[in-house]
Write a protein that binds this ligand. Structure first.
Ligand SMILES: Cc1cc2nc3c(=O)[nH]c(=O)nc-3n(C[C@H](O)[C@H](O)[C@H](O)COP(=O)(O)O)c2cc1C
Length: 371
C-alpha cells in the first residue's frame, strides 16, 4: 500500500470500504455547464463533454450539480435527479464512462435560497428566514419539519436513481452556499430546534441525508460529501468544518471532498498559521475517510502538492475544460499547460457546446471574447 506522502498522481487508489479502484489520483470536479434538457434530462452534448474527460484519463468523473427536488433547481439547463425519467440518459453516460475506464459520481444538491422563484414558482426555502433577492417576498421561507423530511427523502430517491443508472457513487453537495450549507452556516441557520444551534444541530440535515441514503443503497455504493472549509457570508468557520469532518468520519462516510478554491490558501481565522486549509483536516483528524481536495490545481506540481498535503485524490475543474487529456499528461513532472484565455475553437475542440462556452464567458479571463 502506498503511503499518502509517497503517492503520485498516476498511482491507482482503492476506496477502502467498497474496493472500487481508480486508475489514478485524478477527479474531474462537478461543473455546472447548463447544457441539460428543459425537463432536467442530461443531453447528448453534456454526455459528450463528460465522457471526453473519461477518455482523457480522469480516474473519477463527477457530474454537474443535479437538483434532487423540483423546488431545488438553481438555474436553467441544470441536470435533475428528481424524477425516474432522468435515469435513462444517465445510464448512457455511466456506461460510456465505465467503458473508458473511469468511475463516475453524481453530485446531488438542493439550491435552497439560491433556487429562484422565477424558475421554480415557489418561495425559496432555507434553514431560516433570511433576505433573498430571488423571492417575491424578499425573504426565504424557513423549512418546516415536513419540508426537511421531504427533502431528505428526495436526496434518497435521487441516490436510488443513481444506483439504477449504474453510478459508482454520489457526492452530497454541502459546499458553496446551497441548502445544505445554509443549514451548516451560523449566519443562515438561526433555528432554535434540533436542526439548528451548535454544529451538531446544524449538521443534522446533512447527516440525516447521508444516513437515509446509506439505508437505501447497496453496500458497494460510494457515498461522500463535499464541504467548504470557510465561507464568510454564510458563517462557515474552520473550527466548525473540522468538527463536521469528524462527525462525518465517525459516520464512516466514504469520502470527504474539501472545496478550497485554492489549495495553497491558509485559514482566514488563523492567519498566523502556515497550514493550508487541507492540512488543517489531514493533520488534526485521525480517522478521516478518503480525502479529495480541489482549488487551482493546474500543473503536475500542484497535483503532487495536494497529495503531499495529505489528500488521497486531486480534483480539478477549470484545467479539465481546455485540457480533457490532463490526467494522461501527469507522467511528466514538468507538465504545466498554458493558462487561458482560450479561443472558442479550442473549447469546441475540447467538446464544449455553445451554451457551455457562453457560460464560461462569465468566468473572468477564461474565454478570449469573454469577461
Ligand atoms: C464552470 C464551473 C461550474 C462549476 N459548477 C460546480 C458545481 O456544479 N458543483 C460544485 O460543487 N462546484 C462547481 N464548480 C466549482 C468547481 O468544482 C471547483 O471547486 C472550482 O472551480 C475550483 O477548482 P479549479 O480551480 O480546479 O477550477 C464549478 C466551477 C466551474 C469553473
Amino acid at each position: 500500500m502506498i503511503k499518502k506522502e509517497k503517492a503520485k498522481p498516476g498511482d491507482s487508489f482503492t476506496f477502502p470500504r467498497t474496493g472500487h479502484v481508480t486508475r489514478n489520483r485524478t477527479v474531474l470536479a462537478a461543473m455546472t455547464n447548463k447544457q441539460s434538457h428543459k425537463d432536467g434530462s442530461i443531453s447528448d452534448q453534456e454526455i459528450r463533454w463528460l465522457n471526453r474527460r473519461a477518455e482523457g484519463g480522469f480516474g473519477i468523473v463527477t457530474t454537474a450539480a443535479a437538483n434532487v427536488s423540483e423546488d431545488g433547481q438553481g438555474w436553467e439547463g441544470e441536470i435533475g435527479l428528481y424524477h425516474d425519467r432522468h435515469i435513462e440518459n444517465f445510464r448512457k453516460l455511466v456506461s460510456l464512462v465505465h467503458d473508458n475506464g473511469g468511475l463516475i459520481f453524481a453530485q446531488l444538491f438542493h439550491g435552497g435560497m439560491r433556487s429562484p422563484e422565477s424558475l421554480t414558482g415557489k418561495i425559496p426555502i432555507s434553514a431560516s428566514k433570511i433576505p433573498c433577492k430571488d423571492s417575491s417576498s424578499g425573504f426565504t421561507r424557513p423549512a418546516s419539519l415536513s419540508d426537511i423530511n421531504r427533502i431528505i427523502q428526495d436526496f434518497t430517491l435521487a441516490a436510488e436513481r443513481c444506483v439504477k443508472a449504474g453510478f459508482d457513487g454520489v457526492e452530497i453537495h454541502g459546499a458553496h452556499g446551497y441548502l445544505i450549507t445554509q443549514f451548516l452556516g451560523i449566519k443562515t441557520n438561526t433555528r432554535k430546534d434540533e436542526w439548528g444551534g451548535d454544529i451538531t444541530g446544524r449538521s443534522k440535515f446533512l447527516i440525516e441525508i447521508y444516513r437515509s441514503i446509506k439505508g437505501f443503497v447497496p453496500e458497494h455504493f460510494i457515498i461522500g460529501a463535499r464541504i467548504s472549509p470557510e465561507i464568510s457570508d454564510i458563517g462557515i468557520i474552520l473550527d466548525d468544518s473540522m468538527r463536521l469532518a469528524k462527525i462525518l468520519s465517525d459516520e464512516y462516510i466514504d469520502f470527504l471532498h474539501l472545496s478550497c478554491w485554492d489549495i495553497y490558501k491558509t485559514s482566514k481565522h488563523y492567519p498566523e498559521d502556515s497550514k493550508t486549509l487541507t492540512e488543517w483536516f489531514t493533520t488534526n483528524i485521525t480517522n478521516l475517510p478518503t480525502v479529495i481536495s480541489s482549488g487551482k490545481i493546474w500543473t503536475c506540481k500542484d497535483a503532487k502538492n495536494i497529495l503531499k498535503q495529505g489528500a488521497d485524490l486531486a480534483a480539478v475543474a477549470r484545467v479539465g475544460i481546455p485540457y480533457p487529456d490532463w490526467p494522461n499528461n501527469l507522467w511528466d513532472k514538468d507538465y504545466s499547460p498554458q493558462p487561458g484565455p482560450f479561443t472558442v475553437k479550442q473549447l469546441k475542440e475540447a467538446d464544449l457546446g455553445d451554451v457551455f462556452i457562453d457560460y464560461m464567458r462569465n468566468w473572468k479571463g477564461f474565454v478570449e471574447d469573454g469577461r
